[in-house]
Design a protein around this ligand. Structure first.
Ligand SMILES: Nc1ncnc2c1ncn2[C@@H]1O[C@H](COP(=O)(O)OP(=O)(O)OP(=O)(O)O)[C@@H](O)[C@H]1O
Ligand SMILES: [Mg+2]
Length: 450
């Protein structure tokens, strides 16, 4: 190894020795600061960082061991090599115990010195690299607010990184609560469009009649209520990202119009005679089985291929259970802050229940369970009693008795019933709505009432 310009501090009150060591090390390519005043060395160490420190043990003023102690405290990764004059082996051992990298006994060969300094430098560089890698791994556990270190999540992070700098449209599929929206934001905010708008619209939550004018905008007078011009969301998203949440709920007529926008790269507001150029990346999501939707004629195949130039399938939580403890920790931290609580964690029995559950509502359900537990908990730790009954081994289904016992309101009972139906339909909101005798939009509204 050719140690080019790595800074080394040499401290020895013997001026001759100091000069000699510096010369030898300079010749090897190090950049040496020689000092024969240990107090000055101490001052310098507070201001500058060195890759290796070499110090004599016996000096006037600050002793070698004191200097060693200072380096350990201020720059714990900087290796210190001790030089001892009289072969006072006890103090050398003491120095090693205090964390010196190595020691040399005078007189020593200059080659021995050079070799030791190089070894020390190598050690430091390795330690720095380990620290850097550790930090990198740690940051991968929290990738744009996405928590998870499991293999399926690592694959998602890789994909996000690769596609964030392209313009291709992305379709994100997966069960409810798996983090589709978070991924869409991660793609936008880690890419080149991050300075521009991220415009979101939920195709399931907006009435059909409004969806078109929301997206395309209109000219004054385009229809009775159009009293002034309105800029559509497509315009708002120009040069940025348009997030079409639950795109499979979009009416067929509108699907055709959206397809034309993508193909022509221009958009014409309702009632307008001109089209305007449009540069937008579309990220859409669906928790449906899109292919069977296409077969049933509810979604256009040509639009599907335009939207899923890149497709991402979010793994359900039950297939990456090793992320559950990390997510729990993350949510405990968050709700402790939000709810001004001080919960330390979950008890082993509670953790077992959380790990054994199948999480049909995925991360969102886990988030709700932890929030509820933190609200209820009177202890330092979350225990099984703080968890909803669906997680407990033998579920007590005498729901009315329990409701009376707990003095539940009708609204609470309704929420509980909706929750159970959603569990039964594995988070499928259309099926749940059908079972409950509601339309999807009413179910959405009720879910938001929580
Ligand atoms: N990997 C994750 N790390 C941390 N939080 C997550 C993760 N995945 C999801 N969440 C949280 O779970 C909740 C649901 O996530 P999100 O809205 O992205 O899911 P979704 O797949 O869009 O669900 P839906 O299909 O019901 O709209 C959010 O509060 C989100 O912050
Ligand atoms: Mg969503």
């Amino acid at each position: 190894m050719r140690p080019k310009g790595y800074p080394v501090l040499v401290v020895d009150d013997d001026g001759e020795m100091c000069r000699l060591l510096s010369e030898v090390l300079e010749e090897e390519g190090f950049s040496v600061t020689p000092l024969n005043d240990s107090l000055e060395a101490s001052r310098l160490l507070r201001k500058e960082e060195f890759d290796v420190v070499i110090t004599d043990l016996k000096m006037k003023g600050l002793k070698g061991l004191d200097l060693l102690e200072e380096v350990r405290q201020m720059a714990s990764m900087t290796p210190v090599i001790i030089i001892t004059a009289f072969g006072t082996i006890e103090s050398a051992i003491q120095a090693m115990k205090m964390g010196a990298f190595d020691y040399l006994t005078k007189p020593f060969q200059m080659e021995e010195l050079v070799l030791t300094v190089k070894k020390a430098l190598e050690n430091r560089l390795l330690r720095k690299e380990v620290l850097r890698l550790r930090k990198e791994v740690a940051s991968r556990y929290d990738f744009h607010h996405l928590i998870g270190k499991s293999f399926p999540m690592q694959k998602i992070y890789d994909l996000i990184e690769r596609i964030s700098h392209t313009f291709s449209n992305v379709l994100i599929t997966g069960e409810s609560g798996t983090g589709k929206e978070l991924v869409a934001k991660a793609i936008h905010y880690s890419g080149i469009r991050k300075e521009n708008a991220f415009v979101a619209i939920n195709c399931a939550a907006i009435p059909e009649a409004l969806l078109e004018s929301e997206l395309f905008g209109y000219k004054k007078g385009a229809f009775t209520d159009a009293r002034s011009d309105k800029r559509g969301l497509l315009f708002e998203a120009h040069e940025g990202t348009l997030f079409l949440d639950e795109v499979t709920e979009m009416p067929l007529a509108l699907q055709a119009k959206l397809l034309r926008v993508i193909e022509d790269r221009e958009v014409r507001p309702l009632g307008d005679t001109t089209s305007y150029p449009l540069d937008v990346r579309i990220i859409s999501t669906s928790n449906r089985d899109v292919e069977s939707f296409i077969k049933q004629g509810q979604f256009r195949e040509d639009l599907y291929y335009r939207l899923k130039v890149i497709d991402i399938e979010m793994p359900p939580l039950r297939e990456r259970k090793e992320d559950i403890p990390l997510l729990i920790q993350h949510f405990i931290h968050r709700f402790n802050t939000e709810l001004k609580k001080n919960i330390s964690g979950v008890s082993p029995e509670a953790l077992r229940l959380l790990l054994n559950y199948s999480w049909p509502g995925n991360v969102r359900e886990l988030e709700n369970v932890i929030q509820r537990a933190i609200t209820l908990s009177r202890n330092e730790w979350i225990v099984p009693e703080d968890l909803p009954s669906s997680l407990l081994p033998k579920t007590d289904d005498r729901i009315f008795e329990k409701a009376i016992e707990n003095q539940m309101t009708l609204a609470q009972l309704e929420q509980e019933y909706i929750r159970r139906v959603l569990i039964k339909t594995r988070g499928n909101k259309s099926k749940a709505a059908a079972l409950l005798g509601l339309d999807r939009k009413t179910l959405y509204r009720k879910l938001q009432e929580k």
